[in-house]
Design a protein around this ligand. Structure first.
Ligand SMILES: C[S@@+](CC[C@H](N)C(=O)[O-])C[C@H]1O[C@@H](n2cnc3c(N)ncnc32)[C@H](O)[C@@H]1O
Length: 221
């Protein structure tokens, strides 16, 4: 099929990268506590031999995930749509590799080798996509993984599709699922869910409401 199913969706990114370009410097300040993300990243480092290739998809500033994966001896590739986020990640994790790309561009014949990664971390990245694209992105992640490869997925629990929300003085559009539906979507995309964790998260910034964060520890089925 070649285009990974994207021929059927209207890929609208208006404002998304621009918002993160503008927010970048304040992002880590606004989201200081990342227990769930640290635990899920720790699962990857504990599970993989040093030297394994790991993709941090929607890496943001690279903190803490790309930094910790890299410090554990893994070969980290950071991908993000926002040039400024990648620039910050480059400063925070200079030993990683960097690619400015949209997750949709990583489908078949994209710039990264399919089957080339032992693991993918995707923390709060796929929620930036409209719902019809989330299963496509998960399929792409599955294809990027080697057989048995691991996915650490972070999402916010919410029954919304492409909903505009205020975010650090900007408007971004987000999507999500309630947890049972999220599990179905992930399984349908070709993963086994090994473990699920949820955390109630209150960001430091007052214009971002508290949220329920879901972390799925998955393996390519
Ligand atoms: C909420 S932030 C999360 C950053 C980081 N993973 C973390 O947990 O701190 C979402 C990131 O995904 C990036 N992003 C948004 N849409 C994307 C897309 N279509 N493809 C790749 N990256 C995207 C944004 O630029 C931003 O850096």
């Amino acid at each position: 099929m070649g285009t990974g199913g994207y021929e059927h969706v209207d890929r609208d990114r208006a404002g998304q990268a621009e918002a993160f370009d503008a927010i970048g410097d304040r992002y880590d300040e606004a989201f200081p506590h990342k227990e769930g993300q640290l635990a899920a990243g720790g699962w990857l480092t504990a599970s993989l031999p040093a030297g394994s290739r790991v993709l941090d998809l929607g890496c943001g500033t690279g903190l803490p995930t790309a930094r910790d994966l890299s410090a554990a001896g893994l070969q980290v590739t950071c991908v993000d749509l926002s040039a400024h986020m990648l620039e910050l990640a480059g400063r925070n994790v200079p030993q990683a590799r960097f690619l400015r790309a949209d997750v949709a561009d990583l489908a078949a014949d994209g710039p990264l080798p399919h089957g080339g990664f032992a693991a993918v971390a995707a923390f709060f990245t796929l929620l930036m996509l409209p719902r019809p694209e989330i299963p496509l992105a998960l399929r792409t992640v599955r294809d990027l993984l080697e057989p048995g490869g691991l996915l650490a997925l972070g999402m916010v629990e919410a029954d919304v599709d492409d909903a505009p929300i205020p975010f650090l003085g900007h408007t971004i559009r987000v999507s999500g699922y309630l947890r049972d539906e999220l599990r179905h979507v992930v399984v349908d995309a070709g993963f086994e869910v090994i473990k699920e964790e949820s955390y109630t998260y209150a960001p430091a910034s007052t214009d971002v409401p508290p949220e329920e964060q879901l972390f799925l520890y998955c393996r390519r089925a």
